[in-house]
Design a binder for this molecule. Structure first.
Ligand code: SF4
Length: 343
């Protein structure tokens, strides 16, 4: 969807007053309208103009899969150049209430080639625009509004490295946070990087309450560089330095994502190394179950995960063990779009 100012401009050039843009925004962002035909406040000829000139989404909507296990939804979007990306909706309900989290893609493919990642195998194709990113959330918000719910959280953990598309990602964050648009609290938004130090430095200077997550996955430089080539130019020492600086400047904690890979990073020594690395740092570790992708990596067993958790807890490092969502619909990033872009 166009930005508010751009929509005013397009409508003005076509001879429509500003309040029409307000009506369109109200209908699309606040009332869940995804079809101009159903917006009763708009005259017929304006509906026709909008249908032809201002699509609600900046992409076509393809296949939607819903997990029978946990209700997770994954959708494939077809961009105007035929490329495909995916986004996932995860729904949680617990004592603290309901959360509807959308995981968005920020690029088509990814240049960083993490060895365990299906998207990494695709290589990089192009950056997404801010609208293409924000519209992934708008799409799921429309689905939820039909059930009188809304998107409450957004994580930039789908296809691509957000900090290699920094400006568009930050622009999309502002669209999501804008009260005229989806009005998602900044604290409900998390940008996740695999460790692009330059991006972390810029992010430290943003005056936003948006969360930062880092995909760490291995607690030592050599081990990390082996499965995450980004670590060669962005060493673990320098990465931790930049994260300390981020915490110092923002006083916000960093989430460390750690996918447990059988026999690669899930041993007792790995857990001890991780505990030592994070000791005394303002952080939270998310241990994540791996979704097997056909790549030569396997998910860790239950007992390894529990032992890992115990060691971190015993060292006073805040940690949670996450169950992977949507396992029956290829929940890990890049697995659905990877198949489509290849075929
Ligand atoms: S894990 Fe993230 S950064 Fe690494 S290749 Fe996949 S999409 Fe890129």
């Amino acid at each position: 969807m166009l930005k508010y100012k751009d929509l005013i401009e397009v409508l003005k050039n076509a001879g429509y007053p500003k309040f029409r843009a307000e009506q369109v925004f109200q209908a699309v962002y606040k009332k869940g309208g995804n079809d101009y035909e159903n917006i009763s406040t708009l005259p017929g000829e304006l509906k026709e103009f909008l249908k032809e000139n201002v699509p609600v989404y900046s992409f076509g909507v393809g296949n939607r899969m819903v997990s029978k296990i946990d209700g997770t939804q994954k959708v494939l979007f077809e961009l105007c150049d035929g490329k495909k990306v995916e986004a996932v909706l995860m729904r949680y309900s617990d004592k603290t209430g309901k959360r509807n989290t959308v995981c968005v893609s920020s690029q088509v493919g990814c240049a960083l080639k993490c060895a365990f990642c299906a998207t990494g195998k695709l290589g990089f194709s192009r950056d997404l625009t801010a609208e293409e990113i924000a519209d992934q959330v708008l799409y799921f918000d429309h689905i939820l509004k039909a059930e009188e719910e809304r998107v409450t959280n957004v994580v930039y953990m789908g296809m691509g490295e957000p900090f290699l598309n920094y400006d568009k990602v930050m622009k999309s964050v502002r669209i999501l946070n804008d009260e005229k648009c989806l009005n998602i609290a900044a604290r409900g938004i998390t940008v996740s990087t695999s460790g692009v130090i330059e991006g972390i430095e810029k992010f430290s200077e943003e005056n936003l309450q948006v969360n930062l997550a880092v995909s760490l996955h291995v607690p030592t430089q050599d081990g990390r560089a082996e499965i995450m080539p980004i670590a060669r130019a962005n060493s673990l020492d320098k990465l931790m330095e930049s994260l300390d600086d981020y915490v110092f400047r923002t006083n916000r904690r960093v989430s460390y994502e750690y996918v447990l890979l059988k026999g690669v990073n899930d041993g007792v020594e790995d857990a001890r190394d991780l505990a030592e690395l994070l000791q005394g740092r303002l952080c939270h570790v998310n241990l994540i179950q791996y979704n097997e992708t056909g790549l030569p990596f396997k998910k860790s067993g239950k007992s390894e995960g529990e032992k890992f958790l115990e060691i971190l807890e015993g060292s006073g490092v805040p940690v949670s063990l996450r169950i992977s969502r949507g396992q029956d619909i290829f929940g890990a990033c890049g697995q659905l779009a990877g198949k489509e872009n290849a075929g």
